[in-house]
Design a protein around this ligand. Structure first.
Ligand code: MN
Length: 287
């Protein structure tokens, strides 16, 4: 793939504008309509086979009623010999998809995005995945790599925090821990964000997308506050593709060979059992 820096900067800019200006967006939340369908996914982390199958199967062009949710696309396993990590390309593909289908493609801010915005915060095997990501952009765009990295950062800052469906389903990357839920600043969804919202540990954005191991009781509190029936997240790795965490929380993963996604009809109210029945494995897709 040979791309000009100008093209890449322009595409990330346009996709970010689509994120911000979407008629479905209310502050940090995307509000889906009561008709059509949505395909919810889990973390993808540059899993190229699952991503390309998903895009082909979703066939957004021929299915204008279909919405697609994407999150945590970056920071995967494709490294070059010098340790540069290639996931900017998948993020770029997703940005192109947003430009082409602005009302059908929706993102959720994830903790790896926030780490990349800050340029630090996640290590793997003793190396910074954020620096590895940036190194691939600099490798591919040379002197213009800095401009591209700025465009990527600005794009990531436009990603919404949550998606709400009229059937009571609520999507976000993760949830705050039980301790944090007790004092969580729920106004974060309904107002413009400030730097304090992103702050490590104390910021509500940070808490929402970094939290792990919250209990079904914690989820109940959160779901009641948000007037949600069932919450679907990614973030916590699932070898089997998914985990039911109590009656109101489903975790799904899309970043490995047993990964799943979840097609949902927006005009139907689901039970947890129905959601689990609807889960589909990427390996089952014949596309
Ligand atoms: Mn995550």
């Amino acid at each position: 793939m040979t791309l000009e820096a100008d093209t890449v900067v322009e595409t990330f800019g346009a996709a970010g504008d689509e994120n911000k200006l979407s008629p479905l967006r209310q502050e940090q939340v995307v509000q889906l309509p009561a008709e059509g369908e949505v395909w919810m996914t889990g973390d993808i982390h540059d899993h190229r086979t699952n991503f390309s199958k998903l895009i082909r199967a979703a066939d957004l062009e021929n299915n204008p009623q279909r919405h697609l949710v994407l999150h945590e696309l970056i920071h995967g396993d494709h490294f070059d010999a010098k340790g540069a990590e290639d996931s900017w390309k998948m993020l770029y593909e997703a940005a192109e998809l947003k430009c082409k289908f602005p009302n059908q493609v929706h993102f959720l801010l994830a903790n790896h995005d926030l780490a990349q915005i800050h340029g630090e915060g996640i290590m793997k095997a003793g190396l910074s995945v954020c620096e590895a990501f940036t190194a691939a952009v600099e490798r591919d765009f040379g002197a213009r790599g800095t401009l591209v990295n700025v465009a990527i950062t600005e794009f990531l800052l436009t990603l919404p925090l949550a998606i709400r469906c009229p059937n009571g389903l609520f999507f976000c990357h993760s949830l705050p821990t039980d301790d944090q839920i007790k004092t969580f600043d729920y106004t974060v969804f309904d107002r413009p964000l400030s730097p304090a919202d992103y702050r490590r540990r104390t910021g509500p954005v940070y808490q929402l997308i970094w939290g792990r191991h919250f209990t079904p009781e914690g989820v109940n509190d959160f779901a009641d506050h948000m007037d949600a029936k069932i919450i679907i997240t990614g973030h916590q790795p699932q070898d089997a593709g998914y985990l039911v965490n109590g009656d109101r929380h489903l975790i799904i993963a899309s970043d490995h060979n047993q990964g799943v996604f979840l097609p949902i009809e927006l005009n139907h109210e689901y039970t947890m059992d129905e959601l689990v029945e609807n889960l589909r494995k990427y390996v089952s897709l014949d596309v």
